[in-house]
Design a protein around this ligand. Structure first.
Ligand code: FES
Length: 92
């Protein structure tokens, strides 16, 4: 349902969320870059667990949302939980 290392878009309420699977691990994050709002559904993922914005190449840690390269706020990330009933995304 979520191909490895491919970002899927999910709409939850008014929020657009990116869902990503790397191996057995799932990540969920705001689909808009906190810098200038670029669409992170078009982002690349590197081998260090970072998502790279396609517009200015700022890098964000997928687990914490922390900015690894660039000058802006953190990327909102959301806890995910996989169960036999599906994948749950915990929104604030
Ligand atoms: S819009 Fe994402 S780094 Fe500038």
């Amino acid at each position: 349902m979520v191909p490895d290392r491919r970002i899927k878009k999910v709409i939850l309420g008014k929020k657009s969320i990116g869902i990503l699977r790397i191996g057995d691990e799932f990540f969920a994050f705001d689909s808009q870059c906190p810098h200038r709002g670029a669409d992170l559904l078009q982002a690349n993922i590197n081998g260090a667990g970072e998502i790279i914005c396609p517009l200015h190449q700022y890098r964000f840690d997928l687990k914490s949302g922390q900015v690894r390269s660039g000058f802006c706020g953190e990327l909102p990330v959301f806890q995910v939980k996989l169960s036999e009933n599906g994948l749950f995304v915990c929104l604030p």
